[in-house]
Design a protein around this ligand. Structure first.
Ligand SMILES: [Zn+2]
Length: 278
């Protein structure tokens, strides 16, 4: 099995996103008010998996519309996102780096994707949906969808980015996997499982892709770097610290599993695009 780790844009945020030490108003304010020069650039990773059932893409990254010339373009960003989210993410995508452009360079059209898996509905993970219409399936945990229409998520996950996409909502079920013991077995053969890792959002999924006794774990935003679980450093952006801790504890447990071929965080600044065979 082959995993392509693809960088599909950059966000520029306050360092409290990565190491804020918990979810509180101070961190939220800091994330919005941190000036340009004090921000850290974080990659936005998506993943292409060459699976026996077809090509799978996990998350979308940013579309070309957010960054028409490949650099930060405040006006283009604010056409896509409300002002407060534009100020939060300050995203751009260098030329050739959107998911669609990278797939095209590999000779892959959106219609060639057997399944596009969305880990959660934050803009940096779904804004590229507009570029990927045609994927045979687009799947999302029902629990993530349920909350996206309610409470604080309504402000955090703007509907125009994803509401009209033909998203198939799948229910988590009881499972030995994950901090909540809740997972979706995508093909019914345990080869691809969406495991609920709450904390960053309620319904967020990490994705486990298994080949024989080996697996890779795509952690989405349950952690921003392995340091979050290895050094017990809590991120500063999410909705629930207790759940964040539980999810980090589970990642630590999975990393100790001898079958683990790697845990990948969507915004790990120390990670580079790569191809992993396992
Ligand atoms: Zn993210």
């Amino acid at each position: 099995m082959k995993l392509h780790v693809m960088r599909c844009g950059i966000i520029r945020v306050s360092d409290s996103v990565v190491f804020g030490g918990g979810v509180n108003l101070h961190n939220t304010a800091k994330q919005l008010l941190t000036p340009e020069r004090a921000r850290v650039a974080l990659p936005v990773f998506c993943y292409l998996i060459e699976h026996p059932r077809g090509l799978l893409l996990v998350d979308t990254g940013w579309p070309r519309a957010v960054s028409p010339a490949g650099v930060y373009d405040e006006q283009a960003v604010s056409r896509l996102l409300p002002r407060y989210l534009a100020a939060f993410y300050r995203p751009f995508v260098p030329a050739g780096e959107t998911a669609r452009e990278q797939l095209e360079a590999m000779g892959i059209r959106p219609e060639d994707l057997a399944c596009l898996i969305l880990t959660h509905l934050d803009p940096d993970h779904v804004a590229g949906l507009r570029d990927l219409a045609g994927a045979k399936r687009i799947v999302l945990p029902e629990d993530e969808y349920f909350w996206a229409c309610r409470t604080v998520y309504k402000a955090r996950q703007p509907w125009p980015l994803w509401k009209d996409a033909p998203i198939e909502r799948l229910f988590y079920r009881g499972s030995p996997l994950g901090p909540n013991r809740w997972a979706i077995d995508l093909f019914g053969d345990e080869s691809v499982q969406l495991v609920n890792v709450p904390g960053h959002t309620d319904g967020q999924a990490a994705v486990i892709v298994r080949h024989g006794s080996r697996f890779v774990l795509l952690a989405a935003d349950a952690a921003f770097t392995p340091r979050n679980w290895r050094e017990d450093l809590l991120p500063g952006f999410g909705f629930d610290e207790a759940f964040q801790r539980k999810s980090l504890g589970w990642l630590a447990e999975m990393e100790r599993d001898p079958g683990c071929a790697g845990i990948f965080c969507s915004h790990d600044a120390d990670m580079t695009p790569q191809v992993v065979e396992f």
